[in-house]
Design a protein around this ligand. Structure first.
Ligand SMILES: Cc1cc2nc3c(=O)[nH]c(=O)nc-3n(C[C@H](O)[C@H](O)[C@H](O)COP(=O)(O)OP(=O)(O)OC[C@H]3O[C@@H](n4cnc5c(N)ncnc54)[C@H](O)[C@@H]3O)c2cc1C
Length: 287
């Protein structure tokens, strides 16, 4: 198991992503997971925003619960089918509540939702946020080392990423990936394209192969063949999948931090255990 100290732990930033729960039991569980992960002292938590704004109230509630429990938190936000008035109201709500960081996205608009505002790209949302609230928010954006599944080309994806930076993005969180070379090559390509904001790798822990495979094919994240073979071979043996996942993802994180990644953003899937094990393997509590 990995036990080395990694990266520049004084300046690196670490964050944990949640999705808004749909039930009261889910809410209680998330409060407990938040309590457990807050002990690791991440720089901030973030809460996703459902496709097309479907979780607007749930996201806001989860954000406020985390904020009131004393943690820094960044709501995810996209136009979806919402009007400028709705988004303006939400921005003002967060600003008045003392929230100072946002994750600004185009979002995945569910099929069947129409509306004139369904096609706001993220750079347009960022420009809107800057127009409405100036420099109040630190704006995170999404980016894709293995390239967004709907992009025309590698270069066009970089071009549109640069547009988000020019519109006022402060830093970026990547889609998850399991091949560190894809990240390092991407960071170099971004630098060559004049993108100079920190690009923090998104990390997806592994606990269920079927779900991971389904999600990865829809969001364009590659599971390397050797990992697929391993995971498929474990079948229903959840404990072996868990152990392999912790070991593999810990090694990935270590390689990324040692290679200069400016932090890690964990897609927790509202679970504390796997993330905590990876955290311990990396000795991040000593940062
Ligand atoms: C860290 C992270 C967090 C996420 N959180 C959420 C969430 O909370 N809720 C959710 O629904 N989804 C979330 N997603 C998924 C994300 O919404 C989808 O990947 C979505 O399809 C793209 O969002 P974006 O902000 O990257 O879009 P954009 O940056 O707008 O890009 C979308 C696509 O359009 C292209 N493009 C961009 N601008 C233009 C333009 N002006 N003209 C033509 N093409 C353009 C890009 O190359 C890309 O292919 C997240 C993804 C990441 C990596």
């Amino acid at each position: 198991m990995i036990t080395t100290h990694t990266g520049n732990r004084d300046t690196s930033r670490f964050s944990f992503e949640f999705f808004p729960p749909k039930t009261e039991i889910g809410e209680q569980k998330l409060a407990e997971v938040h309590r457990e992960l807050a002990l690791l002292k991440p720089d901030f938590f973030s809460v996703t925003y459902g496709a097309g704004g479907s979780t607007r109230d749930g996201t806001r509630q989860a954000v406020m619960n985390i904020h009131q429990a004393g943690s820094a938190v960044a709501p995810h936000l996209s136009f979806g089918g919402s009007s400028e008035e709705d988004i303006r109201a939400l921005l003002n709500f967060y600003k008045d509540a003392g929230i100072s960081r946002l994750v600004a996205l185009r979002g995945d608009v569910p099929s069947g939702t129409g509306g004139a505002n369904s096609f706001y790209y993220a750079n347009e949302l960022i420009a809107f946020i800057r127009r409405e609230t100036g420099d109040h928010f630190h704006i995170e954006v999404a980016c894709y080392p293995e390239i967004h599944p709907k992009s025309e080309s590698y270069d066009s994806d970089l071009f549109y990423f640069k547009q988000k930076v020019d519109a006022g993005a402060n830093s970026a969180l990547t889609q998850y990936f399991y091949n560190p070379d894809a990240y390092f090559y991407y960071v170099e390509s971004c630098q060559a394209a004049g993108i100079d904001i920190p690009i923090v790798p998104g990390i997806m822990p592994i606990s269920n192969y079927t779900n991971l495979a389904r999600f990865s094919s829809s969001c364009g994240a590659e599971i390397p063949r050797w990992m697929r073979q391993r995971l498929q071979g474990y079948g229903d043996d959840a404990e072996s999948i868990r152990e392999f996942g912790i070991e593999t993802v810990s090694r990935l994180c270590e390689t990324l931090l040692q290679g200069g990644a400016p932090g890690l953003h964990f897609y927790t899937m509202n679970q504390a255990d796997t993330v905590r094990s990876i955290w311990q393997n990396l000795n991040l509590s000593e940062r």
